[in-house]
Each structure stands twice: as C-alpha cells, then as structure tokens.
Design a protein around this ligand. Structure first.
Ligand code: PBG
Length: 317
C-alpha cells in the first residue's frame, strides 16, 4: 500500500516539493518621497522605508546586487492637488526616480500608475462632489503612462481600477511610440482593509468616502474573472490579483482560466501582520514569510509583489 509518510523525511521531502520559491519571481515595492533627504522608517511596516530620491536609487542598486530582479515604484509628491498633476509631471518624483535608477543599475523598473498618491482628496481618479469620475480620469492615466515610459519605465502598472484604464493607457503609449512597453494591470484589486499600512507608507488616505465604488467587493469571484477578461481584451500583458493571501482562490481561478502571466500582490497588511506577530514572539517570522510566499506561488502566481523580496534575497544569497 502507498504510505504517504515515506516521502516526508528530510532530503526526500525537498525533492518531491511541488512548488519552489524563486527570487526571479519577486518584485520589491519602493516608496520614494519627494520631500525627504534621508529615508524614513514606516512604523507599521518594520524594515520598510520611505526613501528620498538618492536613497531610492541606492536601495534599487542594493536590490540589484542582491539579485532581486524588479522593483515597483510608488511616489509621494511634495504637493498634492485636485488633479493629481504630480502623477503625470515629466519631472515628477516617480519619473525622476525611474530615470535615475535605470541609469544607475539594471533591474526591471515597474511604475505604479495611479492618481491617489497625487490627489489632494486621495482618490484614484478626478472627483466631482463625492463622485469619482471614470472617463475624465482616463486621459490623465494615459499621460502618466507616457511620462513614465519616457522616463525609462520597463513596465507600467495601473492600479486605480477605473473601467477602460488599460485600453486608454495602451492607446496613449502606442501613440507616443511606446508600443513595446508592457502593461501589468491590477486587474482584480479588492477594496481591502489589508491596505491599511500602505496608506501610511504612501500617504494616500482619502478625504471622504472609500474606494468601494471602484475597487472590488471581497465576496466576489466571478466578477474578478470579468475584470481580468476585460483587461486582457483591452491589452493587458500581465494581470494581477491583490491582495494575495486572503484571495488565493481568485488567484488560482485567474491563472487557470486565462493562462496569462499572473502576479499576486502580498500587500502591506499581510506583511505587517506577520511582522507584528513575529515581534511578539507569537509566530516564527522567517518561516511565516517562506510559507506565505510559497502558498501564493502554489496558488498560481508567476510573480509576487512582496515587501519581503529583499529579505528573501538575503536569505538565499
Ligand atoms: C494605489 C495603491 C494601493 C496599494 C497599491 N497601489 C492602495 C489602495 O488602493 O488603497 C496597496 C499596496 C499595499 O497595501 O501594500 N492605488
């Protein structure tokens, strides 16, 4: 009779492992704050920083040396306004950071593409009263994409969950000669409370309401497949499910249904929960990191956006 325990001994166990983590799949988020001269620790995310332009470049090069293949950049501008102009300013913080990083080292630079860090009200689109406007936002996203591509971004990653954002961005990029710049769409992005610490990190809290009129409702799975399908039809090259761990069923369904290059974003709250419990000695932080990342991969992620990329890289060095 087959006895399942035979293969669970050290040595054999590793050989029959069905899923293997690889640094090649990991993408480290970097926050770059236009107002800073030195990095500032993010309290709710131990080990993570808001960087100055200079320290962001240094950090990217350190990650490159450690073998981390890619970063995703989030910008915090020195001033925010109603129109989120910092997002599509050719001299904006993400545009400058992208250009500097591409000059200094050669990892893949992905740029988060959204208005929320740049708008005074903190929403991912233009607003009228308390309504977040969809179609009026699209040309601005197109402009932001072009400015990021011009700065040297290897991939643009729209995260605002506006309908038709992908086709608008694809059109704008193609028109300006960036037909080869891929789009990683935050296709199935849920209105999640697990983004809490990110709002401290990127100062992107909102002045009124919440994001539930544009981000997805957590109970929904069929809707996620529609979101992903529409983004693929509009021209997305890669799709993302976000957050990761509470949404592994969505990740599996997206990967199986479309077979697209699929990313999962292990978000700020997922990181903070592990770090906080580990700090208290309630769980083993290192093993929790490995287990969480392995399970995300097992559920179908080809790429993982994770605040642990650097930590993982150090571990496998
Ligand atoms: C902005 C954006 C958010 C995150 C990534 N891009 C915040 C939000 O939608 O409220 C969250 C990332 C994280 O929590 O780590 N559109």
């Amino acid at each position: 009779m087959r006895r399942m325990r035979r293969l669970r001994r050290p040595g054999l166990r590793e050989m029959v492992a069905e899923t293997r983590l690889s640094l090649d799949d990991m993408i480290q988020p970097i926050f770059v704050d236009e107002r800073l001269d030195v990095p500032m620790a993010i309290e709710a995310m131990p080990g993570q920083y808001r960087h100055s332009l200079e320290s962001a470049v240094d950090e990217a090069c350190t990650l490159d040396d450690l073998g981390v293949p890619a970063v995703i950049l989030f910008g915090i501008p020195d001033h925010k306004d109603e129109l989120g102009t910092g997002a599509y300013d050719e001299e904006g913080i993400v545009q400058r950071a992208t250009a500097r990083i591409k000059e200094a080292c050669d990892l893949v630079v992905i740029t988060d593409l959204c208005l929320c860090e740049y708008t005074s009200h903190g929403h991912c689109g233009l607003v009228s009263g308390e309504e977040v406007l969809n179609d009026q936002t699209l040309p601005l996203l197109g402009e932001a994409a072009v400015s990021q591509a011009r700065a040297g971004a290897d991939v643009v990653a729209p995260s605002g969950m506006m309908d038709h954002m992908v086709i608008a961005i694809r059109g704008a990029l193609d028109l300006e000669g960036f037909g080869d710049t891929p789009i990683l769409s935050y296709a199935a992005k849920y209105a999640s409370t697990f983004y809490g610490p990110f709002r401290e990190a990127a100062e992107s809290g909102y002045a009124f309401g919440d994001r539930r009129t544009y981000q997805m409702d957590p109970p929904n799975l069929a809707e996620a497949l529609w979101e992903v399908q529409l983004d693929i039809e509009e021209g997305a090259d890669m799709v993302m499910v976000k957050p990761a761990m509470p949404y592994l069923d969505v990740l599996r369904a997206v990967k199986d249904t479309f077979g697209m290059p699929t990313a999962a974003y292990q978000v700020s709250g997922e990181y903070s929960m592990i770090m906080a419990a580990a700090e208290r000695g309630w769980i083993d932080g290192e093993r929790a990191m490995i287990e969480a990342l392995t399970c995300i991969k097992r559920a179908g992620a080809d790429m993982i956006l994770t605040y642990y990329a650097k930590e993982y890289a150090k571990r496998v060095m």
